[in-house]
Design a protein around this ligand. Sequence first.
Ligand code: PLP
Length: 386
Amino acid sequence: MIQKPIYLDYHSTTPVDPRVVEIMVYYMTTAFGNASSIDHTYGDEAEKAISKARFSMAQLVNASPKEIVFTSGATESINLAIQGSIPHNHQLKIAISPVEHKAVLDTCKALAQKGLVNIIYLHVDSKGNLDLEHLEKVCREGVSLLCIMAANNEIGNIYPIQTIGKIALKYNIPFLCDGSQSIGKIPLNFNDWGITYLAISGHKLYGPKGVGALVVRKGYHLEPIIFGGGHQKGIRPGTLNVSGIVGLGEACRLRQLEMNEDEAAIAIKRNKLQQLLEEQISGLVVNGDTSSRLAGNLHIAIPDIPNSAIIARIRHQLAISTGAACSSGVESPSHVLRAMKLKDNIIEGALRIGLGKFTTDAEIEQAAAILSNTVNQTRQVMVKNK
Ligand code: PLP
């Protein structure tokens, strides 16, 4: 049997928890009804399952079940929040951090090109942390939407959402928080932290791909970006992805029960991996804010060795990445590391490692050996070829 590479790319996606799969299969095969079919019990059962999922998700982020709008994932949720906020005959003035995911940056850029959005970029330092004084100044001067992620998908930084929410509340600015990487890993309190819109993605928390949600604070109105049968009060029409939503709900329920214990165990493994790599690879750099990062994140750089050279050598043994999952197939230097103004040799040598709850101690030992041997061999080859 061919052995699969060790998977350490949990920021890109997580495997679906087998308990989530089990419940999803039931809603695909036995209880496959359309949640909008009110004339028979197949529909009733699907509708009941959706309500349960809504409840589990609401519990995890401390929101009301009524505030949840199901979508196809965080990209759609973010688009709904941003595009749905554009006022009639006016430009949306939006303040965003330059280290946001492309789902935010590209949406804003595309709308700016159409003249619908005016983007104000917030400032980050070399560790990827936000300048909160500048953020407050921007809010004081007036914007119509503030958009900050709760945790970064490359460097793993955790942002002070509670403090940022307070600033947004103080200046009465709607606040979109991209919770894709953080929900189910760190506590997030939609209700108490001044968040107006919260984007969720199923496949980052051991749920399925292609399903997510936007939590929309009561009293806030968004214009729909697609039109159809009036599902979900018309904000996001379309037949509900029942099995996907059920899977997302179950993933949320499990995260609520197991998050603290799992994340503590993941942090120990991540620290071990970092220690091994630091011991075995001279000149290794750890990027981001190591005092406030996701338990599963380890973002390193091996200056002067292009990350592509490492990836090419290890890809059949170890699944790590050069940065965010690349959809275009064209790799470009990370916009996150560029925004942090890191040196070119650090950016070019950057590798993102993501651990999750299925990562084992043995995998950590093996991954450290694979990576450090590869780096040291590549170094020798580069010296010889000089
Ligand atoms: N935001 C962040 C921070 C992400 O990491 C991702 C996924 O890579 C997204 C948004 C997009 O999520 P989805 O894949 O559910 O559209």
